[in-house]
Unconditional design. Sequence first.
Length: 336
Amino acid sequence: MTAAERSLGASNGGEGRRSMTQVPSMAEVLRDAPKNWGRWGDEDELGSLNFLTPAEVLRGVAHVKQGLVFTLQRRMGDPKGDPVWPGRTPAERTMLIDESTWDGDDAPEFPGGLHYADDKIHAFLQGSTQYDALGHVWYDGQIWNGYDARTTIGGLDKASVEPIAERGVVGRGVLLDMARFRGKENLDKGETFDHTDLEACAKAQGHAIEPHDILLVRTNFLRLFHTEGERFYDDFVEPGLTYSPELVRWFADREIPNLVTDTMANERTYDPNTGVALPLHCALMRNLGIALTEICDLEELAASCAEDGQYTFLYAAAPLKVHRASGSPVNPLVIK
């Protein structure tokens, strides 16, 4: 068992150990949380991405001012290591064919003398910058839109990542640089913020958060992965948003389609009030159908925004079309 796996099972963020019997159920915590189930029909698998109409695409295009392009995927197979959620392993690339293949007498022959390289990758579909499928997380036996959780057995028959990949995600994106807003190189382990902080950050940056915006939140927390090594996973608890009825209602009222962050799980790992793990995954994704995008590299984008003061832009992304998958790698684009 790796240090990462041990920390996930043993830690609740350094606030004292709680037994499972002391932690309320997800259903209890989210008893009054809003749902978008049925809003786009009984067969919907896109959730709040339905808010991204052609008009919203054009609203995003209107924020292309300079023609600057930023890619947000973290490098897979980084020599310094790949940050992954505890229990997952980084991608492994294997070289299968290269010039040495033609050193032997049994080398393949192609008319004209062509040689080539070929390799493969073995990876968790959510082991790099990635989109969650809406059916990725659930409680009480139901996933997004009320589908039976048993439709996930052997692969997601409902609310897999494939419908998101088929559609694509395009709209107005806004960077919310919480690390710079708080005057820090990176947010601390377990540090929290809420929707009022997001609005204050936007105001300080010179813009507002508007309905249907795609929110990109920078913490720069994963910087510590490369400076602390295995210690990064000790008492593992990421910084980020955490559940409150007011925060979830804010997301619902503003009809946010997509939350994008540079952390592994988009939210504080354990709710500081209840000890429940990842309640926003359930409140936002399972109940409201908000797409979650994780492990993004926002550093070049953030530096550019701080330099020129433009924090709004066109955001575009399309995960891989993997049939029945619970998530997929992605390389989102930002165009300013």
